[in-house]
Write a protein of this length. Sequence first.
Length: 229
Amino acid sequence: MKLRNGLLTAALLATFCSLPLRADSIVNGSFEAPVVSAGGFTNFPNGSTGINGWTVIGAPGGVSIVSGTFTQNGISFPAEDGNQWLDLTGDGTNSNEGVQQSFATTVGAQYTLSFWVGNVDNPGGIFGTSSTVEVLLGDSILLSATNGNTTITGTQTWNEFVTTFTATGSTTSLAFVNGDPASDNSNGLDNVSVNLSGVQPPTVPEPSTLVLLGSGSLGLLGWARKKLA
């Protein structure tokens, strides 16, 4: 009888554990849409929603989606992921412009944010020597990420940054803003992702799921009683 009761408990636990845990992620985190011309770039001004999933914020100058085959002054600008990346300095504006995206979250759940910052080591040139991206969670700074790679010249290099945050609402907003000086004409952002991590708060099954669980539990109990009779 103990064995059968144990099997019943295990079956019920398996049913509960199979309930889906919502995992939300960034839309168009590699800036592959819209597609820009190969070897070129497209500018998006402040307030634009032309970049799928994103809204351009900050200074009027805006940002630019850049092709991974773009070159200038003998320097190449490959994407970290896919065929395109985002230049937070826009087309020569070099101010505090950026992009923002809001997405659904579970209150109390912990999320992992990862993203890549692109930098060109161009001492005395228009692209500077480091790239800094300010990450805002709502209205607060979550992280200041600086790629100061100076070991490679002639091409854009990428550094990954990873951090976590706990959602305080059913919707969370993340923004990525240029933190470079006006003299720096390149600040890359690519491969942004947000995923559930760590211990999550208890989830409440949907009403339809509770009905199915109840039916399944009654069926299992009835089966156990027949076996014990």
